[in-house]
Design a protein around this ligand. Structure first.
Ligand code: HEM
Ligand SMILES: *[C@@H]1O[C@H](CO)[C@@H](O)[C@H](O)[C@H]1NC(C)=O
Ligand SMILES: *[C@@H]1O[C@H](CO)[C@@H](O)[C@H](O)[C@H]1NC(C)=O
Ligand SMILES: CC(=O)N[C@H]1CO[C@H](CO)[C@@H](O)[C@@H]1O
Length: 324
């Protein structure tokens, strides 16, 4: 991508950020326009997450991907059309889950209050409520986000961090959306729940430098273990690996313990050991679950405010997968 189009992206982001100062998100934004909205969402989430707890990880990740690309504007939910390759269709999307869940919930809310509750708010609220439902921290979600009119697949490559990124690049990706090193380490703690695919770590296990070797920053016993019990070949596209083995549905300190044992699943997890500053934050989080929960709450509130559209910006989508 040329520096010219890079500039354009930056200008778009600036416009989004400046626009966001016109109106503010507020707690209970729907209390008059759709008083039951938040309760409908939390009831629906509670009902389903207790049956399928692994969905909580999926819904949290959707929120993160939404916010990093053009702000928390529901753009991650849009399906591509003939003329537009949407975010969903870009490589980082490949393993996102939970879209059907959000779409069904949206239809329930449309039946209650047509055209009122944005998809962007539904994403933010379902992420929060599902983490609470599995016993994780609870953060405030001020509402009033509006849905974006653009979903551009190419932007995901520019804005989302990738599992092969080094610490410098990760810090840069977070800074690009106004988040700092502490947010990086704290929000990476979300990898205490959920799964990755063998395909995401195949080169790390089997061909790291192109000589049939493994990534030396990954504990060699763990490499052997993964190769014999999980990712049995470099070509495996389907097998799932827990990021925090044994407690994939429990929001705890397990991720940081794994990382310290050099068992973080992705290079981006291992990278958090590559500076004193990030190691210190890991050790700080490990002092207590309360510490981690409190810090996670603060960082999630920051994440949820990235580049939001408010007031008369954007729209309220009727169907989350389609711009009106
Ligand atoms: C720091 C940079 C990050 C990178 C490079 C990254 C990368 C990834 C990758 C590659 C996967 C698994 C994909 C697969 O193989 O199926 C994943 C899963 C996940 N990520 Fe991240 N992530 C990052 C930060 C975050 C943040 C900030 C959050 C949320 C606050 C998050 C939440 C999750 C969750 C919950 C899953 C599991 C999803 C599931 O079970 O379906 N990640 N991440
Ligand atoms: C991190 O990755 C970027 C992009 O691949 C590269 O330019 C940079 O040199 C790397 N930094 C370190 C410290 O390895
Ligand atoms: C490992 O990487 C090298 C260099 O990129 C490549 O030539 C080789 O085919 C790879 N091996 C496998 C098994 O994919
Ligand atoms: C969930 C989802 O929309 N996944 C899409 C991601 O992109 C690929 C193409 O790159 C599609 O085939 C998937 O359907």
């Amino acid at each position: 991508m040329g520096s010219h189009s890079y500039m354009k992206v930056w200008i778009l982001c600036l416009i989004a950020l400046i626009g966001a100062t016109h109106a503010q998100l507020e707690l209970g934004f729907y209390s008059k326009s759709c008083p039951n909205a938040e309760k409908i969402i939390s009831d629906y989430v509670n009902e389903h997450i207790h049956k399928v707890p692994s969905l909580a990880a999926a819904l949290l990740r959707v929120h993160f991907h939404d916010c990093f690309v053009r702000g928390c504007d529901g753009s991650v939910l849009v399906t591509s059309t003939k003329n537009n390759q949407a975010e969903k269709e870009a490589p980082p999307n490949l393993t996102l889950r939970g879209f059907d869940f959000i779409e069904v919930l949206k239809s329930v809310l449309e039946a209650e209050c047509p055209g009122v509750v944005s998809c962007a708010d539904i994403v933010a609220l379902t992420a929060r409520d599902s983490i609470r439902a599995i016993g994780g921290p609870y953060w405030n979600v001020p509402t009033g986000r509006r849905d974006g009119l653009i979903s551009n697949g190419a932007l995901t490559l520019q804005f989302l961090p990738a599992p092969f990124h080094n610490l410098t690049t990760l810090i840069g990706r977070f800074r690009q959306v106004g988040l700092d090193i502490k947010d990086l380490v704290v929000l990476s703690g979300a990898h205490t729940i959920g799964i990755g695919h063998c395909s995401t770590i195949a080169t790390r296990l089997y061909n790291f430098t192109g000589n049939g070797d493994a990534d030396p920053s990954l504990d060699s016993t763990y490499v052997q273990n993964l190769k014999t019990t999980k990712c049995k070949s470099i070509a495996d596209q389907t097998t799932l690996v827990e990021m925090d083995p044994g407690s994939r549905n429990s929001f705890d300190l397990g991720y940081y313990k794994q990382v310290l044992k050099r068992r973080g699943l992705f290079q981006s997890d291992s990278a958090l050991l590559d500076s004193v500053a990030t190691r210190n934050i890991i050790n700080h989080e490990l002092t207590s679950t309360d510490t981690f929960f409190r810090d996670f709450t603060l960082s999630m509130e920051k994440l949820g405010r990235i580049g939001v559209l408010t007031g008369t910006q954007g729209e309220i989508r009727k169907i989350c997968s389609r711009i009106n």
